[in-house]
Design a protein around this ligand. Structure first.
Ligand code: ADP
Ligand code: MG
Ligand code: ZN
Length: 454
Protein backbone atom coordinates (compact mmCIF):
# COMPACT_ATOMS: atom_id res chain seq x y z
CA UNK A 1 0.00 0.00 0.00
CA UNK A 2 1.24 3.48 -0.78
CA UNK A 3 2.35 5.58 2.17
CA UNK A 4 -0.37 8.01 3.23
CA UNK A 5 0.37 11.62 2.30
CA UNK A 6 0.50 13.15 5.73
CA UNK A 7 2.71 16.17 5.06
CA UNK A 8 1.08 19.29 3.70
CA UNK A 9 2.45 22.51 2.25
CA UNK A 10 0.95 25.51 4.04
CA UNK A 11 1.59 27.66 0.99
CA UNK A 12 -0.09 25.71 -1.79
CA UNK A 13 -1.72 22.82 0.05
CA UNK A 14 0.15 20.10 -1.86
CA UNK A 15 0.35 16.76 -0.04
CA UNK A 16 3.69 14.98 0.32
CA UNK A 17 4.70 11.55 1.62
CA UNK A 18 7.67 12.89 3.58
CA UNK A 19 8.92 16.11 5.02
CA UNK A 20 11.38 18.25 3.09
CA UNK A 21 12.71 21.78 3.41
CA UNK A 22 11.26 22.91 0.12
CA UNK A 23 7.89 22.16 -1.46
CA UNK A 24 8.35 20.55 -4.86
CA UNK A 25 4.93 21.74 -5.98
CA UNK A 26 5.30 25.48 -5.40
CA UNK A 27 8.95 25.97 -4.47
CA UNK A 28 8.23 27.53 -1.06
CA UNK A 29 10.78 26.99 1.71
CA UNK A 30 9.94 25.79 5.22
CA UNK A 31 6.28 25.49 4.35
CA UNK A 32 5.76 21.76 4.82
CA UNK A 33 4.26 20.51 8.04
CA UNK A 34 3.02 17.16 9.24
CA UNK A 35 -0.72 17.04 9.41
CA UNK A 36 -3.24 14.32 10.21
CA UNK A 37 -5.34 13.48 7.18
CA UNK A 38 -8.96 14.63 7.43
CA UNK A 39 -10.69 12.12 9.67
CA UNK A 40 -14.20 13.35 8.96
CA UNK A 41 -16.06 14.81 6.07
CA UNK A 42 -16.98 13.36 2.71
CA UNK A 43 -14.69 10.77 1.25
CA UNK A 44 -13.17 9.78 4.58
CA UNK A 45 -14.87 6.38 4.66
CA UNK A 46 -14.98 5.78 0.91
CA UNK A 47 -18.15 5.47 -1.13
CA UNK A 48 -19.28 2.13 0.32
CA UNK A 49 -22.15 0.18 -1.12
CA UNK A 50 -24.80 2.93 -1.13
CA UNK A 51 -25.73 4.18 -4.57
CA UNK A 52 -25.93 7.88 -5.41
CA UNK A 53 -28.88 9.82 -6.79
CA UNK A 54 -29.15 10.53 -10.49
CA UNK A 55 -27.99 14.06 -11.33
CA UNK A 56 -30.13 16.17 -13.69
CA UNK A 57 -28.16 16.75 -16.89
CA UNK A 58 -28.81 19.87 -18.91
CA UNK A 59 -27.97 20.88 -22.45
CA UNK A 60 -24.77 22.83 -22.90
CA UNK A 61 -26.46 25.05 -25.47
CA UNK A 62 -28.90 26.60 -22.97
CA UNK A 63 -28.72 30.33 -22.39
CA UNK A 64 -27.69 31.41 -18.93
CA UNK A 65 -28.31 35.03 -18.01
CA UNK A 66 -25.34 36.91 -16.51
CA UNK A 67 -25.22 36.61 -12.73
CA UNK A 68 -27.14 39.25 -10.82
CA UNK A 69 -24.85 41.64 -9.00
CA UNK A 70 -25.10 43.86 -6.00
CA UNK A 71 -22.76 46.79 -5.92
CA UNK A 72 -21.19 47.02 -2.52
CA UNK A 73 -20.85 50.76 -2.89
CA UNK A 74 -17.06 51.03 -2.85
CA UNK A 75 -16.58 51.71 -6.56
CA UNK A 76 -12.99 50.51 -6.86
CA UNK A 77 -13.92 47.24 -5.11
CA UNK A 78 -16.99 46.81 -7.35
CA UNK A 79 -14.76 47.32 -10.38
CA UNK A 80 -12.33 44.61 -9.29
CA UNK A 81 -15.21 42.24 -8.59
CA UNK A 82 -16.43 42.80 -12.15
CA UNK A 83 -19.39 45.04 -11.31
CA UNK A 84 -20.35 44.11 -7.77
CA UNK A 85 -20.84 41.13 -5.50
CA UNK A 86 -22.59 38.06 -6.89
CA UNK A 87 -25.13 36.46 -4.53
CA UNK A 88 -24.40 32.85 -3.58
CA UNK A 89 -20.70 33.31 -4.20
CA UNK A 90 -17.52 33.16 -2.17
CA UNK A 91 -14.72 35.70 -2.50
CA UNK A 92 -11.28 35.46 -0.93
CA UNK A 93 -9.42 38.66 -0.09
CA UNK A 94 -5.78 37.85 0.62
CA UNK A 95 -2.89 40.06 1.63
CA UNK A 96 -0.07 40.66 4.06
CA UNK A 97 -0.98 41.35 7.70
CA UNK A 98 -1.52 45.08 8.23
CA UNK A 99 -2.07 45.88 4.56
CA UNK A 100 -5.67 47.00 5.17
CA UNK A 101 -7.94 44.01 4.58
CA UNK A 102 -10.06 44.52 7.68
CA UNK A 103 -10.26 48.24 6.96
CA UNK A 104 -11.50 47.92 3.38
CA UNK A 105 -13.95 45.14 4.22
CA UNK A 106 -15.42 47.04 7.15
CA UNK A 107 -15.86 50.00 4.79
CA UNK A 108 -17.46 47.74 2.18
CA UNK A 109 -19.72 46.12 4.79
CA UNK A 110 -20.88 49.55 5.97
CA UNK A 111 -21.53 50.71 2.40
CA UNK A 112 -23.45 47.51 1.71
CA UNK A 113 -25.55 47.95 4.81
CA UNK A 114 -26.25 51.57 3.85
CA UNK A 115 -28.10 50.20 0.81
CA UNK A 116 -30.49 48.41 3.13
CA UNK A 117 -28.90 45.00 2.66
CA UNK A 118 -28.35 42.82 5.70
CA UNK A 119 -24.68 42.49 6.54
CA UNK A 120 -22.83 40.42 9.11
CA UNK A 121 -19.17 40.96 10.01
CA UNK A 122 -17.57 38.03 11.81
CA UNK A 123 -14.26 38.84 13.42
CA UNK A 124 -12.10 36.03 14.72
CA UNK A 125 -9.12 38.36 15.07
CA UNK A 126 -10.45 41.16 17.21
CA UNK A 127 -12.98 41.59 19.99
CA UNK A 128 -16.24 43.36 19.16
CA UNK A 129 -15.04 46.44 21.04
CA UNK A 130 -11.95 46.67 18.83
CA UNK A 131 -13.98 46.36 15.63
CA UNK A 132 -16.34 49.03 16.97
CA UNK A 133 -13.38 51.33 17.70
CA UNK A 134 -12.08 50.82 14.19
CA UNK A 135 -15.54 51.60 12.79
CA UNK A 136 -15.66 54.82 14.80
CA UNK A 137 -12.20 55.81 13.60
CA UNK A 138 -13.38 55.26 10.03
CA UNK A 139 -16.50 57.36 10.63
CA UNK A 140 -18.71 54.29 10.34
CA UNK A 141 -19.84 54.08 13.95
CA UNK A 142 -23.52 54.19 12.99
CA UNK A 143 -23.38 51.58 10.21
CA UNK A 144 -26.11 48.92 10.39
CA UNK A 145 -23.64 46.05 10.39
CA UNK A 146 -24.28 43.08 12.69
CA UNK A 147 -21.12 42.09 14.47
CA UNK A 148 -19.92 38.78 15.87
CA UNK A 149 -16.56 38.19 17.52
CA UNK A 150 -16.36 34.42 17.26
CA UNK A 151 -14.13 31.65 15.92
CA UNK A 152 -16.33 28.57 16.41
CA UNK A 153 -17.60 27.96 12.91
CA UNK A 154 -20.38 25.61 13.97
CA UNK A 155 -21.91 28.39 16.08
CA UNK A 156 -21.31 30.94 13.35
CA UNK A 157 -23.04 28.77 10.72
CA UNK A 158 -26.03 28.18 12.98
CA UNK A 159 -26.32 31.93 13.44
CA UNK A 160 -25.94 32.67 9.73
CA UNK A 161 -28.49 30.00 8.77
CA UNK A 162 -31.00 31.78 10.98
CA UNK A 163 -30.09 35.31 9.89
CA UNK A 164 -29.59 34.67 6.15
CA UNK A 165 -27.68 37.89 5.55
CA UNK A 166 -27.01 39.26 2.04
CA UNK A 167 -23.33 39.70 2.85
CA UNK A 168 -21.07 37.93 5.33
CA UNK A 169 -17.48 38.97 5.93
CA UNK A 170 -15.35 36.41 7.76
CA UNK A 171 -12.14 37.97 9.10
CA UNK A 172 -10.06 35.80 8.93
CA UNK A 173 -10.45 32.28 7.58
CA UNK A 174 -7.31 31.25 9.51
CA UNK A 175 -8.97 31.92 12.86
CA UNK A 176 -12.07 29.81 12.16
CA UNK A 177 -12.20 26.26 13.49
CA UNK A 178 -14.52 23.28 13.26
CA UNK A 179 -14.82 20.92 16.22
CA UNK A 180 -15.10 17.85 13.97
CA UNK A 181 -11.71 18.45 12.36
CA UNK A 182 -8.88 17.16 14.51
CA UNK A 183 -6.03 19.47 13.55
CA UNK A 184 -5.26 22.80 15.16
CA UNK A 185 -6.90 26.10 14.13
CA UNK A 186 -4.95 27.66 11.27
CA UNK A 187 -3.81 24.31 9.88
CA UNK A 188 -4.39 23.47 6.25
CA UNK A 189 -7.12 20.97 7.17
CA UNK A 190 -8.99 23.49 9.36
CA UNK A 191 -8.69 26.34 6.90
CA UNK A 192 -9.88 24.15 4.03
CA UNK A 193 -12.76 22.70 6.00
CA UNK A 194 -13.84 26.17 7.17
CA UNK A 195 -13.68 27.55 3.64
CA UNK A 196 -15.63 24.54 2.40
CA UNK A 197 -18.39 25.09 4.99
CA UNK A 198 -18.63 28.82 4.31
CA UNK A 199 -18.68 28.33 0.53
CA UNK A 200 -21.45 25.76 0.99
CA UNK A 201 -23.35 28.21 3.14
CA UNK A 202 -23.07 30.86 0.40
CA UNK A 203 -24.51 28.49 -2.23
CA UNK A 204 -27.18 27.15 0.12
CA UNK A 205 -28.49 30.48 1.34
CA UNK A 206 -27.68 32.78 -1.56
CA UNK A 207 -25.41 35.01 0.51
CA UNK A 208 -22.29 36.68 -0.78
CA UNK A 209 -19.47 35.52 1.49
CA UNK A 210 -16.12 37.28 1.70
CA UNK A 211 -13.25 35.45 3.38
CA UNK A 212 -10.17 37.29 4.58
CA UNK A 213 -6.90 35.36 4.30
CA UNK A 214 -3.56 36.50 5.69
CA UNK A 215 -0.55 35.78 3.59
CA UNK A 216 1.81 33.88 5.87
CA UNK A 217 5.55 33.88 5.47
CA UNK A 218 6.22 30.40 6.79
CA UNK A 219 5.26 28.07 9.59
CA UNK A 220 2.17 26.41 10.93
CA UNK A 221 -0.53 28.74 9.60
CA UNK A 222 -2.00 27.88 6.21
CA UNK A 223 -1.85 30.61 3.60
CA UNK A 224 -4.79 31.82 1.51
CA UNK A 225 -3.55 29.89 -1.51
CA UNK A 226 -4.81 26.62 -0.07
CA UNK A 227 -8.41 27.79 -0.52
CA UNK A 228 -8.06 29.66 -3.82
CA UNK A 229 -9.54 26.77 -5.79
CA UNK A 230 -12.63 26.57 -3.53
CA UNK A 231 -13.88 30.11 -4.01
CA UNK A 232 -15.34 31.92 -7.01
CA UNK A 233 -13.23 35.04 -6.84
CA UNK A 234 -9.76 35.70 -5.48
CA UNK A 235 -8.55 39.23 -4.79
CA UNK A 236 -5.16 40.19 -3.41
CA UNK A 237 -4.42 43.40 -1.62
CA UNK A 238 -0.92 44.63 -2.46
CA UNK A 239 1.22 47.56 -1.49
CA UNK A 240 4.57 48.52 -0.10
CA UNK A 241 4.96 49.29 3.57
CA UNK A 242 5.66 52.99 3.93
CA UNK A 243 3.74 53.77 0.74
CA UNK A 244 0.15 54.96 1.12
CA UNK A 245 -1.04 53.29 -2.09
CA UNK A 246 -2.85 49.96 -2.08
CA UNK A 247 -3.75 47.88 -5.10
CA UNK A 248 -6.60 45.41 -4.99
CA UNK A 249 -6.02 42.91 -7.75
CA UNK A 250 -8.33 40.17 -9.06
CA UNK A 251 -6.32 37.03 -9.77
CA UNK A 252 -9.32 34.77 -10.34
CA UNK A 253 -12.90 35.66 -11.13
CA UNK A 254 -15.52 33.13 -12.19
CA UNK A 255 -17.97 35.94 -12.92
CA UNK A 256 -15.83 38.60 -14.51
CA UNK A 257 -12.47 39.56 -15.91
CA UNK A 258 -9.44 38.63 -13.85
CA UNK A 259 -6.46 41.02 -13.69
CA UNK A 260 -8.61 44.05 -12.94
CA UNK A 261 -7.16 46.39 -10.32
CA UNK A 262 -8.61 48.88 -7.88
CA UNK A 263 -6.42 51.62 -6.47
CA UNK A 264 -6.71 53.00 -2.94
CA UNK A 265 -4.83 55.36 -0.73
CA UNK A 266 -4.46 54.64 2.98
CA UNK A 267 -5.45 57.68 5.02
CA UNK A 268 -6.19 58.30 8.68
CA UNK A 269 -9.88 57.73 7.90
CA UNK A 270 -9.37 54.44 6.13
CA UNK A 271 -8.88 53.64 2.49
CA UNK A 272 -9.96 56.28 0.03
CA UNK A 273 -10.49 55.48 -3.63
CA UNK A 274 -8.17 56.78 -6.29
CA UNK A 275 -10.13 57.63 -9.41
CA UNK A 276 -7.13 58.54 -11.57
CA UNK A 277 -4.28 56.15 -10.75
CA UNK A 278 -1.96 57.42 -13.49
CA UNK A 279 -1.89 60.90 -12.00
CA UNK A 280 -1.18 59.39 -8.61
CA UNK A 281 1.66 57.10 -9.75
CA UNK A 282 3.34 59.96 -11.59
CA UNK A 283 2.73 62.54 -8.87
CA UNK A 284 6.24 62.56 -7.40
CA UNK A 285 7.99 62.83 -10.73
CA UNK A 286 10.08 65.95 -11.21
CA UNK A 287 12.07 67.10 -14.23
CA UNK A 288 13.16 64.35 -16.65
CA UNK A 289 16.12 62.63 -15.02
CA UNK A 290 18.51 59.89 -16.12
CA UNK A 291 17.17 56.44 -15.27
CA UNK A 292 13.50 57.37 -15.50
CA UNK A 293 11.02 56.13 -18.11
CA UNK A 294 7.24 56.44 -18.04
CA UNK A 295 5.49 53.23 -18.99
CA UNK A 296 2.04 53.38 -20.56
CA UNK A 297 0.55 50.17 -19.24
CA UNK A 298 -2.81 48.43 -19.13
CA UNK A 299 -4.11 46.99 -15.86
CA UNK A 300 -7.26 44.97 -16.43
CA UNK A 301 -9.52 47.15 -18.53
CA UNK A 302 -7.86 50.43 -17.69
CA UNK A 303 -4.72 52.20 -18.86
CA UNK A 304 -2.30 53.10 -16.06
CA UNK A 305 0.85 55.17 -16.43
CA UNK A 306 3.71 54.58 -14.05
CA UNK A 307 7.40 55.32 -13.77
CA UNK A 308 10.25 52.83 -14.17
CA UNK A 309 13.34 54.00 -12.28
CA UNK A 310 16.76 52.49 -12.85
CA UNK A 311 20.05 53.04 -11.12
CA UNK A 312 23.33 51.67 -12.42
CA UNK A 313 26.47 51.87 -10.31
CA UNK A 314 29.91 50.23 -10.41
CA UNK A 315 29.91 47.02 -8.40
CA UNK A 316 32.77 47.37 -5.91
CA UNK A 317 33.57 43.69 -5.66
CA UNK A 318 32.43 40.28 -6.82
CA UNK A 319 28.94 39.51 -8.04
CA UNK A 320 27.11 42.61 -9.24
CA UNK A 321 23.71 43.15 -7.60
CA UNK A 322 20.45 42.84 -9.49
CA UNK A 323 17.64 44.30 -7.43
CA UNK A 324 14.11 44.80 -8.68
CA UNK A 325 10.95 46.07 -6.99
CA UNK A 326 7.58 45.93 -8.74
CA UNK A 327 8.75 43.96 -11.76
CA UNK A 328 9.89 40.42 -12.54
CA UNK A 329 13.55 39.64 -11.78
CA UNK A 330 13.69 37.11 -14.62
CA UNK A 331 12.42 39.70 -17.05
CA UNK A 332 15.11 42.15 -15.90
CA UNK A 333 17.80 39.53 -16.45
CA UNK A 334 16.42 38.92 -19.95
CA UNK A 335 16.44 42.61 -20.92
CA UNK A 336 19.98 43.02 -19.56
CA UNK A 337 21.16 39.98 -21.52
CA UNK A 338 19.59 41.29 -24.73
CA UNK A 339 21.18 44.73 -24.23
CA UNK A 340 24.51 43.07 -23.69
CA UNK A 341 24.52 40.50 -26.49
CA UNK A 342 22.43 42.24 -29.18
CA UNK A 343 23.46 45.86 -28.63
CA UNK A 344 26.95 45.41 -27.18
CA UNK A 345 26.07 47.42 -24.08
CA UNK A 346 27.49 45.49 -21.13
CA UNK A 347 26.12 45.67 -17.60
CA UNK A 348 28.63 43.23 -16.14
CA UNK A 349 30.59 44.81 -13.31
CA UNK A 350 27.65 47.12 -12.62
CA UNK A 351 25.04 46.95 -9.87
CA UNK A 352 21.57 47.38 -11.35
CA UNK A 353 18.52 48.53 -9.42
CA UNK A 354 15.11 48.71 -11.06
CA UNK A 355 12.05 50.05 -9.32
CA UNK A 356 8.44 50.71 -10.29
CA UNK A 357 7.51 53.90 -8.44
CA UNK A 358 4.50 54.01 -6.13
CA UNK A 359 4.37 50.36 -5.10
CA UNK A 360 2.68 49.12 -8.26
CA UNK A 361 3.57 45.62 -9.48
CA UNK A 362 3.78 45.30 -13.27
CA UNK A 363 3.31 41.95 -15.00
CA UNK A 364 2.81 43.00 -18.60
CA UNK A 365 5.49 42.07 -21.19
CA UNK A 366 4.71 45.48 -22.74
CA UNK A 367 6.86 46.97 -19.96
CA UNK A 368 10.07 45.45 -21.41
CA UNK A 369 10.82 48.49 -23.56
CA UNK A 370 10.17 50.92 -20.70
CA UNK A 371 12.52 48.95 -18.47
CA UNK A 372 15.13 48.88 -21.24
CA UNK A 373 14.76 52.64 -21.74
CA UNK A 374 15.18 53.31 -18.01
CA UNK A 375 18.25 51.02 -17.88
CA UNK A 376 19.86 52.61 -20.94
CA UNK A 377 19.07 56.08 -19.66
CA UNK A 378 20.76 55.25 -16.34
CA UNK A 379 23.71 53.57 -18.05
CA UNK A 380 24.28 56.52 -20.43
CA UNK A 381 23.45 59.07 -17.73
CA UNK A 382 21.13 60.79 -20.19
CA UNK A 383 17.45 61.59 -19.62
CA UNK A 384 14.80 60.48 -22.10
CA UNK A 385 13.16 63.31 -24.06
CA UNK A 386 10.63 65.17 -21.88
CA UNK A 387 6.94 64.22 -21.98
CA UNK A 388 7.65 60.77 -23.42
CA UNK A 389 5.94 57.46 -22.67
CA UNK A 390 7.33 54.04 -23.61
CA UNK A 391 5.83 50.62 -24.24
CA UNK A 392 6.62 47.48 -26.26
CA UNK A 393 7.56 43.86 -25.74
CA UNK A 394 11.19 42.87 -26.32
CA UNK A 395 12.05 39.47 -27.80
CA UNK A 396 15.28 37.54 -27.23
CA UNK A 397 16.54 38.75 -30.61
CA UNK A 398 16.20 42.33 -29.38
CA UNK A 399 13.25 43.06 -31.67
CA UNK A 400 10.44 45.23 -30.29
CA UNK A 401 7.08 43.49 -30.68
CA UNK A 402 3.67 45.13 -30.90
CA UNK A 403 1.39 44.97 -27.86
CA UNK A 404 -2.38 45.20 -27.37
CA UNK A 405 -4.44 48.36 -26.81
CA UNK A 406 -2.00 50.85 -28.32
CA UNK A 407 -4.72 53.45 -28.71
CA UNK A 408 -5.87 53.24 -25.07
CA UNK A 409 -2.30 53.61 -23.85
CA UNK A 410 -1.64 56.65 -26.01
CA UNK A 411 -4.96 58.30 -25.16
CA UNK A 412 -4.20 58.02 -21.44
CA UNK A 413 -0.74 59.48 -22.08
CA UNK A 414 -2.28 62.41 -23.98
CA UNK A 415 -4.71 62.99 -21.13
CA UNK A 416 -1.77 63.35 -18.72
CA UNK A 417 0.12 65.78 -20.93
CA UNK A 418 2.54 63.46 -22.72
CA UNK A 419 3.15 64.22 -26.39
CA UNK A 420 5.82 61.70 -27.46
CA UNK A 421 5.83 57.94 -27.39
CA UNK A 422 8.51 55.32 -28.02
CA UNK A 423 6.48 52.47 -29.48
CA UNK A 424 6.74 49.21 -31.44
CA UNK A 425 6.90 49.59 -35.23
CA UNK A 426 3.53 49.78 -36.96
CA UNK A 427 1.75 51.57 -34.09
CA UNK A 428 -0.79 54.24 -34.99
CA UNK A 429 -1.24 57.54 -33.20
CA UNK A 430 -4.77 58.28 -31.91
CA UNK A 431 -6.85 60.28 -34.39
CA UNK A 432 -7.41 63.12 -31.95
CA UNK A 433 -4.64 64.81 -29.99
CA UNK A 434 -1.07 65.65 -30.83
CA UNK A 435 1.13 62.61 -30.23
CA UNK A 436 4.48 62.18 -31.97
CA UNK A 437 5.40 58.51 -32.31
CA UNK A 438 8.96 57.21 -32.32
CA UNK A 439 8.61 53.69 -33.76
CA UNK A 440 11.50 51.54 -32.57
CA UNK A 441 12.25 48.27 -34.33
CA UNK A 442 14.75 46.89 -31.83
CA UNK A 443 16.79 47.68 -28.73
CA UNK A 444 19.80 48.68 -30.81
CA UNK A 445 17.54 51.28 -32.46
CA UNK A 446 16.48 52.55 -29.03
CA UNK A 447 20.08 52.79 -27.87
CA UNK A 448 21.24 54.52 -31.04
CA UNK A 449 18.19 56.67 -31.77
CA UNK A 450 17.43 58.00 -28.31
CA UNK A 451 20.77 57.88 -26.51
CA UNK A 452 23.29 57.80 -29.34
CA UNK A 453 24.77 54.70 -27.72
CA UNK A 454 25.60 51.22 -28.90
N1 ADP B 1 -6.11 52.28 15.55
C1 ADP B 1 -5.48 52.63 14.45
N2 ADP B 1 -5.08 53.92 14.25
C2 ADP B 1 -4.46 54.31 13.13
N3 ADP B 1 -4.17 53.47 12.15
C3 ADP B 1 -4.52 52.19 12.26
C4 ADP B 1 -5.19 51.70 13.40
N4 ADP B 1 -5.41 50.37 13.22
C5 ADP B 1 -4.92 50.08 12.00
N5 ADP B 1 -4.38 51.16 11.43
C6 ADP B 1 -3.74 51.23 10.11
O1 ADP B 1 -4.46 50.50 9.16
C7 ADP B 1 -3.58 49.58 8.55
C8 ADP B 1 -4.37 48.42 8.05
O2 ADP B 1 -4.86 47.69 9.12
P1 ADP B 1 -5.86 46.46 8.92
O3 ADP B 1 -7.01 46.85 8.09
O4 ADP B 1 -6.15 45.95 10.29
O5 ADP B 1 -4.96 45.41 8.12
P2 ADP B 1 -5.20 43.83 7.93
O6 ADP B 1 -6.61 43.51 8.28
O7 ADP B 1 -4.88 43.61 6.47
O8 ADP B 1 -4.21 43.13 8.79
C9 ADP B 1 -2.52 49.29 9.56
O9 ADP B 1 -1.30 48.90 8.99
C10 ADP B 1 -2.36 50.63 10.21
O10 ADP B 1 -1.45 51.42 9.46
MG1 MG C 1 -7.31 42.39 9.91
ZN1 ZN D 1 3.76 24.17 -1.86
Amino acid sequence: MAKPLSFTCTECGAAHAKWSGRCEACGAWNSIIEEKPLSSGPGARGLGARRGHAVALEPLADETPPPPRTECGVAELDRVLGGGLVPASATLVGGDPGIGKSTILLQAAAAFARRGLSTVYVSGEEAAAQVRMRAQRLGLGQAQVALAAETNLRDILTTLDAERPDLVVVDSIQTMWLDNVESAPGSVAQVRAAAHELTNFAKRRGSAVILVGHVTKEGQIAGPRVVEHMVDTVLYFEGERGHPFRILRAVKNRFGPADEIGVFEMTGHGLSQVANPSALFLADRGEPAPGSAVFAGIEGTRPVLCEFQALVAPAPHGMPRRSVVGWDAGRLAMVLAVLESRCGIPFSGLDVYLNVAGGLRIGEPAADLAAAAALLSAREDAALPAETVVFGEVSLSGAVRPVSQTENRLKEALKLGFCKAIVPPGSNAPASGDMALMPTADLAGLAGGVFGAG
